[in-house]
Design a protein. Structure first.
Length: 334
């Protein structure tokens, strides 16, 4: 993911005006107003209120992170990436999902030739036309470009939080979906090529762009009601403020998810604060084709794109809270 330039005046105008709405919603709930008051913003999409969080075994999710990292850096087109794809495919099928491989080719402008990439889609209740998406990317950046030491900038890295954690989270979340009859079908989507970037000017988000374009051009496409992207959710003491692009493009979905977080006392979710900058990530391509999508991301993770992004610098608490929130959300959306 990348940070765009947010120096233009309209960014600050939108930030201030919309921020007031978020604060109002959270103030009403915090001061004791009944939860349905906030839910009025989305009463045609989400109902219930009696759902309980799904079990989530965070210790197992941490084991998945270590297993994935043991494969080595999962750079697009590498043997480690193929092994990860096979590992995930087997796991999701064992969980009862219908697994589809969305194969395509893409490349970096700074490199000659394209490489094979694969989006992985694990569908639960595939017969339902109304569906929701939980997604993450599962590739790693080729180089540790955020290192300050020039000699380290050319090194590859484990990508424990930025890459493995999203896949590990969906792996463990999938174990609860096999026998859960949600109102909508659930697609767990892992995007390839999120950051096949070597130099400035190379394109990001190959997988989500391909997924979005393919969906838009499909006459029999599923009716996606919303998508939640998880990215870097396993850092120590994480913070998940409202990501700015998510609010501007899918404010109703932000309200749904962050209201649940507040009701469940998930304090890592900061519904009263915006991300420090609009974050460009895989949710952008989905919003551009009409799928409301938001990004749950800790963009202040100190080991981002560094060789220190290892399992030892990860923690299960963020994944636990994200699972608690999304476990209720998948039961409510209809």
């Amino acid at each position: 993911m990348i940070q765009p330039n947010n120096d233009s005046p309209w960014v600050y105008w939108r930030w201030g005006g919309l921020g007031l709405v978020v604060v109002l919603i959270y103030s009403m709930i915090s001061l004791g107003s009944p939860a349905p008051l906030a839910d009025k913003f989305a009463e045609n999409r989400i109902g219930g209120g009696m759902e309980t969080p799904l079990p989530f075994h965070s210790k197992k999710a941490m084991e998945h992170i270590r297993t994935i990292c043991d494969l080595g850096p999962r750079i697009c087109g590498t043997e480690a990436m193929k092994k990860q794809k096979d590992l995930l495919t087997t796991h999701f099928r064992d969980c009862g999902a219908k697994v589809i491989h969305q194969d395509f080719r893409a490349g970096a402008r700074s490199k000659k030739g394209d490489v094979a990439m694969t989006n992985l889609i694990a569908s639960f209740q595939p017969e339902l036309s109304k569906r929701i998406i939980l997604c993450a990317h599962y590739d790693t950046r080729p180089y540790a470009d955020q290192e300050t030491n020039p000699r380290l900038k050319t090194k590859s890295f484990s990508g424990a939080n930025d890459g493995a954690a999203g896949a590990a989270f969906l792996m463990e979340f999938a174990t609860q979906l096999k026998d859960l009859k949600t109102p909508c079908g659930v697609d767990l989507v892992l995007f390839d090529g999120e950051e096949y970037v070597f130099e400035k000017g190379d394109s990001y988000f190959h997988g989500s762009k391909y997924f979005a374009t393919t969906w838009k051009n499909n006459a029999n496409r599923p009716a996606y009601l919303g998508a939640v992207l998880v990215d870097m959710i396993a850092g120590r003491d994480p913070r998940f403020p409202v990501e700015q692009n998510s609010w501007w493009n899918a404010s109703q979905l932000v309200t749904e998810v962050y209201t649940i977080a507040l009701q469940q006392k998930c304090h890592f979710f900061r519904g009263d604060k915006y991300s420090s900058t609009p974050v460009e990530d895989d949710h952008i391509a989905l919003n551009q084709v009409g799928i409301p999508a938001i990004d749950i991301i800790d963009f202040d993770y100190p080991h981002w794109h560094r060789i220190t992004d290892t399992p030892e610098n990860c923690s299960p608490e963020g994944m636990e809270q994200v699972a608690k929130v999304l476990g209720i959300w998948v039961q409510r959306v209809k």
